[in-house]
Ligand binder design. Structure first.
Ligand code: PEP
Ligand code: MG
Length: 578
């Protein structure tokens, strides 16, 4: 078994088709001064044809992955239209008397190396896009533009060093069973497309695979088996069937209200990073968005997004939700998420550093633009605002002051917005738990971010594999923090939702029922699994269980209580091993 990383979930079993590398060997062709004009012409013609092709790919692929994901190819067009790129190539032709293809290769290599040197996964993924566009242009300049032909007899699993989006778009999706690459990332454009196409994808696999090898690709586990044993094939065929059955079974409860047997409702909402994820979430029956992480709106670009751009995204999300609530969290950058163009200084402890609301209150230009965009979008749906990483009352007051300023500005400019827009805070720092009663007086709701709360309560870095076993959401200290938060909210009469990963863990449900939380917000694909547990649960029993958990001295005891109830529940959650 080879361990890589999962880029798109699902299981594929089939024969490998190994794509040859798109590396082109070039002679260092020099030109005479009188040929310069001719080389410019070749360059511009190559750019023109490449652009036409990319536009065609974009159109074709939009039918498969949807209009939004096909916008990936706008980034490719932008590279060919970038004056910096064209000027650099022209300068190499004109000053160094090099042929157009040699100049293009030099400039592309320079950019790709530069991006690869940055210690930033996102930038490395963009290097794949630049190489993709550059290779397309080079092939036109060299007059060799045929990709190798895939096998026609049966569908196959593509194996490649790199699979740039335009090369993926070259294949008929009905022939693609899965994708395995060495390079890539879960936020790469290839991964986004694979998810949209529903094709299992594993990246980070370096091993030698030959065309014709039998593969098992598990996009959920991020694993690949090369020439597996018949027993493994059998086990994975069953696992695949089992998962499909589970999906089908879960789909039957999509319209069932999310109530316990004794009538307690918990709103099941989705966490999203993009509009595409919103489509998936709605397909899974999400009753709203409990957390729109807006970081993606700021990523994959060279400068801050303006008000109009942001408005377009938030408005579109609100409209897609047709009246269901949309909680938009203001920018939560810093920690593990960086924006190169903000040029934030390196920090020894980024999770304890300059991040989230701390940046927003420091860079009020950035914050106000986002608040204005959210407010303007609130005219088109039921939007709420959520501030991340709050650790003091002053922070909320300052943020709210800026929000009021933004409202006044918009009113005087004649822009409509929801004057009563609700504001909430993430409860994810222990200080916020300790002053939850005070924070509750400043806002209309709480959203508990268990991902950060666990790391800060236990002083365990959520990104550090070495201490991953200490990152324990079921630690009694965490339980006490949750209880304190819920009680403070209840006393002040404001609702509590939970939006960390733990919200999507069906085993944790008795905790939420015990606490009396109003909403769980989770990744779209967990919604139905949690719902299937919820509709079989009883609030009364959960409260009794929760009281027993509060008396536990260790997380092992708490987990044992939860395990016993989930086994008693016999809910058919996936538990098999191979
Ligand atoms: C959290 O911390 O639980 C949370 C939902 O926010 P993020 O994972 O984006 O930090
Ligand atoms: Mg967080």
């Amino acid at each position: 078994m080879i361990k890589g990383s999962g880029g798109a979930e699902g299981i594929a079993i089939g024969k490998a088709y190994v794509l040859p590398d798109w590396e082109l060997e070039l002679a260092d062709t020099r030109i005479d001064v009188q040929d310069i004009a001719n080389e410019f012409e070749r360059l511009h013609e190559g750019v023109r044809i490449s652009k036409t092709e990319i536009q065609k790919i974009k159109q074709d692929i939009a039918e498969v992955v949807g209009a939004e994901e096909s916008n990936i190819f706008d980034a490719h067009l932008a590279i060919l239209e970038d004056p910096v790129f064209i000027n650099e190539v022209s300068a190499v032709i004109q000053r160094q008397y090099k042929a157009a293809e040699v100049a293009v290769k030099e400039v592309i290599d320079k950019f790709v190396n530069m991006f690869n040197l940055l210690d930033d996964e996102h930038m490395k993924e963009r290097a794949i896009d630049i190489k993709d566009v550059g290779t397309r242009l080079l092939k036109h300049l060299l007059g060799v533009f045929e990709d190798s032909e895939p096998p026609r007899e049966e569908p196959f699993i593509i194996v490649a060093r790199e699979l740039p989006p335009s090369r993926l778009a070259h294949f008929d999706p009905s022939c693609l069973l899965g994708i395995v690459t060495a390079a890539g990332g879960s936020t790469s454009h290839t991964a986004i497309m694979a998810r949209a196409m529903g094709i299992p994808f594993v990246f980070g696999v370096e091993s030698a695979v030959q065309t014709g090898d039998l593969l098992i690709v598990d996009g959920e586990e991020g694993t690949v088996f090369v020439n597996p044993s018949p027993e493994q094939v059998q086990a994975y065929t069953e696992r695949k069937k089992w998962r499909e059955l589970q999906h089908e079974r879960l789909r039957t409860i999509i319209d069932v209200p999310s109530l316990t047997k004794d009538g307690k409702e918990i709103v099941l909402a989705a966490n999203i990073n993009s509009l595409k994820e919103l489509d998936n979430a709605l397909e899974q029956g999400a009753s709203g968005v409990g957390l729109f992480r807006t970081e993606m709106v700021y990523m994959d670009r060279d400068s801050l997004p303006g008000e109009e751009e942001q408005l377009a995204v938030y408005r579109s999300a609100a409209e897609k939700l047709s009246g269901k609530p949309l909680v938009i969290r203001t920018l939560d950058i810093g920690g593990d998420k960086q924006l190169g163009y903000l040029k934030l200084p390196e920090e020894d402890n980024p999770f304890l550093g300059y991040r989230a609301i701390r940046i927003s209150l420091d860079r009020t230009d950035l914050f106000k633009t986002q608040l204005r965009a959210i407010l303007r979008a609130s005219h088109f749906g039921r939007i709420k605002i959520l501030y991340p990483m709050i650790s003091s009352v002053e922070e909320v007051q300052e943020a709210n002051k800026l929000l009021e300023e933004a409202k006044r500005e918009l009113a005087s400019e004649g822009h409509p917005f929801d004057g009563q827009i609700e504001v909430g805070v993430m409860i994810e720092v222990p200080a916020a738990v300790a002053i939850a009663d005070l924070l509750a007086q400043e806002v209309q709701f709480f959203s508990i971010g268990t991902n950060d709360l666990v790391q800060y309560v236990l002083a365990v870095d959520r990104m550090n594999e070495k201490i991953a076993n200490m990152y324990d959401p079921y630690h009694p200290a965490v339980l006490r923090m949750l209880k304190q938060t819920a009680e403070a909210a209840e006393r002040s009469g404001i609702p509590v939702s939970v939006c960390g990963e733990l919200a999507g863990d069906a085993d944790a449900l008795p905790i939420w029922l015990g606490l009396g939380v109003h909403e769980l917000s989770m990744s779209g694909h967990s919604i139905l699994a949690v719902k299937s547990r919820l509709i079989e649960a009883s609030e009364q029993q959960a409260k009794a269980l929760f009281n027993r958990m509060l008396e536990c001295r260790t997380s092992a005891e708490i987990k044992a209580i939860l395990r016993m109830q989930s086994q008693g529940n016999g809910d058919g959650q996936e538990k098999e091993t191979i």
